[in-house]
Each structure stands twice: as structure tokens, then as C-alpha cells.
Ligand binder design. Structure first.
Ligand code: P6P
Length: 337
């Protein structure tokens, strides 16, 4: 009798490797190790005040942001989980100024792992969903993985990307370049189980996601797009729109992956100098890979995010991503401006 039980992440990855060759044993190990690390982060996050891990760590990161205790803990969990397996040449993180080398006692592998260990951590102390975002690149033979330069590859070079959302349930959303798949953590088994295969973002939407408190700083094309949404049925769009803003990119993007929408953290007068708010290498690129694999679009407003040639490891970019029709409309307004 055909096995109708939902399949585990391990079985899914083995079947992908066997049927499509989209990943080799080393990349499969990498993804399983990252998933295992995210299970540990999920446990730490879910303990909340009982785990003694809420609040500030008393340190800052290269972004100039105060680190939460869970930012530091999540970063440590990902580093320790990945350093011994022999699948990585190096790791880069939002929480570290420069890449972390694989310790000398362990073999190096062919991949680079980049991550935001706990995205949305400002929401931790108010118990709102947070998550982990990760991106996988190949390590070039002639690049020193201890340097930023080894990581500065366009998003189109990603071989895998994923995020976890530590919400009512813990989800792992993953692409290895053949669609987007959702796994739910079965806490009794302690494993991620495939719950949605080949998710597609609805092309149309009537829901936008933006921090509206920045409205006075927006560029004209963004202001035009949002004003038209707010004008509703009586306005040029001829329909009412809804707004959502969780202020955790993983939560906002997961909602969009699931039911459509357009997520916007555009360039504005406040972020102009630094080039945007969100980071390219471990937020915008992995999320753009996933969104495009799910049939959506991801742009800075002026260029496809995945085509950008990175100049700095912690570079920031404007982000407009989600339902293809709405992203194309916003990009069109930028072109007309
Ligand atoms: P704001 C979280 O700090 C984050 O990096 C993203 O997860 C989120 O979308 C954004 O910043 C929220 O920014 O300005 O609304 O607090």
C-alpha cells in the first residue's frame, strides 16, 4: 500500500536528490543541519521568560542595533551546528561583522551559509512571531571563505534558501530551485513534516504590507501606489485594500507566500543614505529566491533583487516583493516617475 503518511524533511530531500539531482549529499546534509539548528532555536524562543533569554544582551552588532539575548543565542546555535559537518567553507551572519571560518580541526566543504539568525527579534519581548532566514551559495575555489568577498555573489547564484517562522506552529519554508515547500515541526516526533508542496503566491492581491509611519518619507511612486490602495472602491483601483504589518519580515512574507500580498520596505528619505532598511545577502536575496520560486516577483523598485551584484556583506536594499501583478505595478510607477 502506498505510504500516505506525510513525509519528513529527510525523505523529501532524499527523494529530491534521487529523482531530480537538484541537490547532492553535502547540500542535503547542510539543509538537515540547518533545520536541526532551527528546531533548537524554536525551543529556546518558545520558552520565553521561562528560559531566561528575553531582553537585551547588552551588546550591539555591526548594524548598530542592540542585540537581544536570543539574537546571540540563535547565532551561536547555527554556528555550532554547522562547523563540524564538513559541508561548509564559511558562514556569514547579520550578527557578525565578518564571516566565521570553519575551525581547523574540521574539514571544509563546498558551500557558504548566510543567515539572519533571528529576524524580527525586536518582537521577541512582546511575543510576536519571529524567524530565521538563510541562504546557501557555492564557495568558489579561488575565494578565501574567511573574507567578505567570497560571499559577494548575486542572488541568482543561490543553490538553496529558506526561512523558519516561530509562530503558533514552527514552519520551515524551503527552496532548492524546484518550487517552494512548507514543513511543519512535529514536536512529538521532533521532525519537520512536509505539509505543503510547491506553494504558489496568488498573482493578484488586495492586501499590502508596509510600515505606514514612514509615509512622509516615501518616494512618489510608493506614495502613489499606497494612496491608490487607500482610495479603495471609489479610487483608481476600483477595489478596497487591506493592510498588514507585523514588523517581522518572516511573518509578513510567509503570509504573502500563503495568501498573496505585496511586502514593501522601499527606499525613502530616512533610509536613502544607507540604501534601504533590509539587508541584501541574508534577508532580501533568500526571500526573493523563495518568492520567485513561488511565482511572485521581487524588486528594489528599479531592479530585480536577485540580479544585484553585492558590494558589501551587510549591504541594505529597498524591497518590494510578493504577488507578481502588484510588484509589476509598483515597478511600473517607478519607471514612470
Ligand atoms: P520597522 C526586523 O527588525 C526587520 O529587519 C524586518 O524583519 C522587518 O520587516 C523590519 O525590520 C521592520 O522594520 O521599521 O517596521 O521596525
Amino acid at each position: 500500500m502506498k505510504n500516505t503518511n506525510p513525509i519528513s524533511l529527510t525523505q523529501f530531500l532524499i527523494e529530491e536528490q534521487r529523482a531530480h539531482g537538484t541537490l547532492n549529499a553535502e547540500l542535503r546534509l547542510l539543509l538537515e543541519v540547518v533545520a536541526r539548528a532551527c528546531k533548537r532555536i524554536s525551543i529556546a524562543v518558545s520558552k520565553g521568560a521561562l528560559g531566561g533569554v528575553l531582553g537585551d544582551a547588552g551588546t550591539g552588532n555591526i548594524q548598530g542595533e542592540a542585540q537581544k539575548k536570543l539574537d546571540v543565542l540563535s547565532n551561536e546555535i547555527l554556528l555550532q551546528a554547522n562547523e563540524w559537518g564538513g559541508h561548509l567553507a564559511g558562514m556569514a551572519s547579520e550578527e557578525m561583522d565578518h564571516p566565521s571560518c570553519i575551525p581547523g580541526e574540521y574539514p571544509q566543504g563546498g558551500y557558504l551559509l548566510l543567515f539572519d539568525p533571528l529576524d524580527g527579534s525586536s518582537n521577541i519581548d512582546v511575543n510576536i512571531s519571529v524567524g530565521t532566514i538563510f541562504s546557501v551559495l557555492r564557495a568558489a575555489d579561488d575565494a578565501d571563505p574567511s573574507t567578505d568577498e567570497a560571499f559577494l555573489q548575486p542572488g541568482t547564484q543561490q543553490v538553496a534558501a529558506g526561512y523558519t517562522v516561530y509562530g503558533p506552529s514552527t514552519l520551515l519554508v524551503l527552496t532548492v530551485g524546484r518550487g517552494v515547500h512548507v514543513f511543519t515541526l512535529d514536536r512529538e516526533q521532533g521532525s519537520f513534516v512536509l505539509t505543503q508542496r510547491d506553494v504558489k503566491i496568488p498573482v493578484k492581491t488586495r492586501e499590502f504590507s508596509i510600515n505606514a509611519s514612514n509615509a512622509r518619507h516615501w518616494e512618489a511612486p510608493v506614495k502613489r501606489y499606497i494612496d491608490e490602495c487607500l482610495a479603495g472602491k471609489e479610487g483608481p483601483r476600483g477595489d478596497d485594500f487591506n493592510m498588514r504589518w507585523v514588523a517581522s519580515m518572516v511573518a509578513d512574507v510567509h503570509r504573502i507566500i500563503t495568501r498573496g500580498g505585496v511586502f514593501m520596505y522601499p527606499l525613502d528619505a530616512k533610509t536613502q543614505k544607507q540604501g534601504g532598511k533590509l539587508r541584501l545577502m541574508y534577508e532580501a536575496n533568500p526571500m526573493s529566491f523563495i518568492v520567485e520560486q513561488a511565482g511572485g516577483a521581487a524588486s528594489t523598485g528599479r531592479a530585480r533583487i536577485l540580479d544585484l551584484v553585492p558590494e558589501k556583506l551587510h549591504q541594505r536594499v529597498p524591497v518590494i516583493m510578493g504577488s507578481r501583478e502588484e510588484v509589476e505595478r509598483v515597478v511600473g510607477y517607478h519607471a514612470q516617475a
